[in-house]
Design a protein around this ligand. Structure first.
Ligand code: NAP
Length: 287
């Protein structure tokens, strides 16, 4: 692919630490080129102490905007001029849009995941069960609640911060009129009951990710049937043990690649006002 840099080429980028392993520069630079947009996307390794100065460079360099990844998604919030309702509710920003020096924070992680779930046939009047309460789960739970999903059953192991997590989810529930409850992942009876009532089941834990590929958040797959859409946010490996077992039970399965693709597509659209050509980008991500 030919990339032409001119004196007017605009810049977008990623602020993260580490930033070097990211696939985002390949995704966005290919999308800019495919759409004939004179822009490039670069990764910047930014330490937490340098974050405030890095945010200022978005204005100084008149960048289109940036993505944020670990460890900046929460820490960046005080430096922005405005937050989208979803970013405020989630309590994290993964995309900054530079509107002539006015920096607006968005969160496209939940949007990206929910779009991929709807594509698999999930309907808002159905219920979903999600395992995990980390950053990715939080974005999905908040977006699903904003979308008006009928019921969101959340399961997590019961650590010392379980009460804090319960309160956090209650706050999302109150602010969205959603129906959300947190349960102990060790309560297998409740887990099977909620899976049976749900149209979708999501693994938003790190269990099953390379190199720990023999781990799964489930031991009992008896409530997984062909009626269920089963998703893993993990995309390395492409099929986790959790997804393999679900597929063998006849479920429709989906790994985390679509979420990765669509969160990028939403950011691209926010920066350029144009739709990302996802079918051009999908092979890049799959490779
Ligand atoms: P995170 O904030 O660290 O959260 C990890 C979650 O996994 C927490 O709920 C944690 O429970 C749970 N967990 C970890 N070890 C566990 C164990 N041994 N037993 C039970 N639960 C366990 O991570 P994250 O950023 O939300 O990411 C979660 C997953 O999503 C990762 O695999 C990540 O690669 C993937 N992800 C994918 C995309 C995408 O675009 N596809 C985007 C973001 C993330 P505790 O709270 O009890 O520790």
């Amino acid at each position: 692919m030919e990339i032409n840099i001119s004196g007017k080429t605009k810049l977008a980028g990623l602020f993260a630490q580490p930033a070097g392993h990211s696939i985002s520069p390949a995704i966005h630079t290919a999308a800019f080129a495919a759409m004939g947009i004179d822009a490039v996307y670069l990764s910047f390794d930014i330490s937490p102490e340098k974050l405030a100065e890095a945010v200022e460079t978005i204005r100084i360099f008149q960048m289109l905007g940036v993505n944020l990844s670990y460890p900046h998604k929460k820490a960046v919030m005080p430096y922005l001029d405005e937050l989208s309702p979803a970013a405020e509710l989630i309590g994290a920003v993964n995309t900054i849009v530079n509107q002539a020096g006015h920096l607006v924070g968005y969160n496209t992680d939940g949007l990206g995941f929910m779009k991929s779930l709807y594509e698999k046939g999930f309907k808002k009047n159905q219920r979903l069960t999600i395992i995990g309460t980390g950053g990715a789960a939080n974005a999905i739970i908040a977006q699903a609640a904003l979308d008006g999903v009928a019921e969101i059953a959340v399961f997590n192991r019961k650590g010392t911060d379980f009460q804090q997590k319960t309160e956090r989810l209650r706050e999302i529930q109150q602010r969205t009129d959603g129906k959300i409850a947190l349960y102990d992942l060790a309560d297998i009876k409740k887990l099977n009951e909620k899976i049976s009532e749900s149209a979708a089941l999501i693994n938003a834990t790190t269990l099953g990710m390379t190199p720990e590929i023999n781990r799964s958040p489930l031991n009992d797959y008896s409530s997984i049937t062909s009626e269920l859409i089963v998703c893993d946010l993990i995309y390395q490996p492409r099929e986790t043990l959790f997804l393999k077992e679900a597929r063998q039970n006849g479920a429709t399965t989906m790994n985390g690649l679509n979420m990765l693709l669509y969160q990028a597509a939403f950011a691209f659209e926010l920066w350029t006002g144009q739709e990302m050509p996802v079918e051009v980008i999908r092979p890049i991500i799959e490779k």
